[in-house]
Structure formats: structure tokens, C-alpha cells
Design a protein around this ligand. Structure first.
Ligand SMILES: *Cc1c(COP(=O)(O)O)cnc(C)c1O
Length: 217
């Protein structure tokens, strides 16, 4: 059995009602996705554009595809016809391109702004000050996109205090922005190694791969 069905049931039970599970299926075959789909899972996350397009073409059309990787502007057009939620929007330039491609497809594409909360410089995203300076009227004029919330990744560390503090920071930014911009409803934080902490700190969407599908290495 390719999918860890026991882990799936445990996670569903643990996040019960509070959070949506996005099953991260990058690098895993379509057969693994189908196996989880048949257990009732509808939300899947992918990191690579070509892989996502291939899987979209092969798999049931009621799957909700989340793009969770780093998205390059020149590739938005390939996923714009069908993507359900783009988690990693890290620049207004990218948002404008998503808007343009959404309008071409007569769609509104829901997006999450990525927030840089980790210590690692390599991670992408806005910082708190940049988010507080966003001109929301300008974004509201982009009819092809809707900012549904925020996404963040904690530092890759064994130190759960660091992880917890980073999630606390993201939750506080989320609360602050929600007052300014009520469309901000989704808080996407938590992966295989840290989703329990993320849930405790107020996550309502977790992105879990290796616990469900096994390690990718
Ligand atoms: C790969 C990935 C995940 C899932 O990671 P696991 O540790 O396998 O659960 C979640 N979020 C993002 C952005 C990813 O790239």
C-alpha cells in the first residue's frame, strides 16, 4: 500500500473541523493520489507546474488543486485554467500576472500571500511591514484575484520553541490583517513535522506530504 491510510485517519481526526488538509503529492504518482481520493480526500498540493498540469489531466476533475511551490510569472498561464488556490504569492508582480491569466480564463483565482517567518534567508515571502503597507484598494481593482489569506513555513529545526514562536508571529499578523482586509480567512501553516504545533497556534489549513505518502528522497 503506497498511502499510509492510518496516518490519514489520524490526521483527519486530529485536525477535526479546525483545519483543511491539503495532501501534498509532489513527486508521487497519480495512483497514490487516486488511493487517497478514494478515501474521500479532495484537496491536493503540488509544487511543480508541469507535474501539476500532467496530474490534472489524468485525475478526476473534482480534485481541488493547490499550488504550494514557488511560482514563476511565466508559468502562471499553464495552471490558471484550473488551479483552486495558489499558496505562495510572494510579490505583487506575480499577483498581477495571476490576475491577467485569471481574466483570460474568466475566473477569479484565490491566492494566499506568503509570509517570511523563518530564520532561513532562502525562504520566500513578504515580511510584516510589507504586508501592512499593501494598498488593498489597488488589489481590489484586480478582479481576477482574491486574497483569501496567508501562508507561511517555519524554520527547519528540531527546536519546537522556535517553530511555535514563528507560527505565533504568523497568527498575529493574520489577526492584524484580517481587521484591515476581511477577505483574509485562510491561515495555511503546518507540514508533516510541525502541523500539531501549527494547529495549536491557530492554523486552519495544513499541507502534509511525507506523513501520508512516505518520504520523497
Ligand atoms: C513539500 C511541501 C510541504 C509538505 O511537506 P512534508 O514535510 O512532506 O509534509 C508543505 N508545504 C510546502 C510549501 C512544501 O513545499
Amino acid at each position: 500500500m503506497a498511502v499510509n491510510q492510518q496516518a490519514y485517519q489520524n490526521i483527519i481526526h486530529q485536525i477535526n473541523q479546525q483545519a483543511t488538509l491539503v495532501a501534498v503529492s509532489k513527486i508521487k504518482p497519480a495512483t497514490d493520489i487516486l488511493e487517497l481520493y478514494q478515501l474521500g480526500q479532495k484537496d491536493f498540493g503540488e509544487n511543480y507546474v508541469q507535474e501539476l498540469v500532467d496530474k490534472y489531466n489524468q485525475l478526476p476533475k473534482d480534485i481541488q488543486w493547490h499550488f504550494i511551490g514557488h511560482l514563476q510569472s511565466n508559468k502562471v498561464k499553464y495552471i490558471a485554467p484550473f488551479v483552486y488556490l495558489i499558496h505562495g504569492v510572494d510579490s505583487l508582480k506575480l499577483l498581477q500576472e495571476i490576475n491577467k491569466q485569471a481574466l483570460k480564463n474568466n475566473r477569479t483565482i484565490h491566492c494566499l500571500l506568503q509570509v517570511h517567518i523563518a530564520q532561513e534567508e532562502t525562504k520566500f515571502g513578504f515580511d510584516k511591514n510589507e504586508l501592512l503597507q499593501i494598498n488593498w484598494a489597488e488589489i481590489a481593482a484586480l478582479k481576477g484575484v482574491e486574497i483569501g489569506g496567508l501562508m507561511g513555513m517555519a524554520s527547519f529545526t528540531e527546536d519546537s520553541t522556535i517553530v511555535r514562536n514563528e507560527f505565533k508571529l504568523l497568527k498575529s499578523i493574520f489577526n492584524e490583517l484580517q481587521v484591515i482586509q476581511p477577505s483574509i480567512q485562510i491561515l495555511s501553516m503546518g507540514m508533516s513535522g510541525d502541523y500539531e504545533i501549527a494547529i495549536e497556534e491557530g492554523s486552519n489549513m495544513v499541507r502534509i506530504g511525507s506523513l501520508l505518502f512516505g518520504s520523497r528522497s
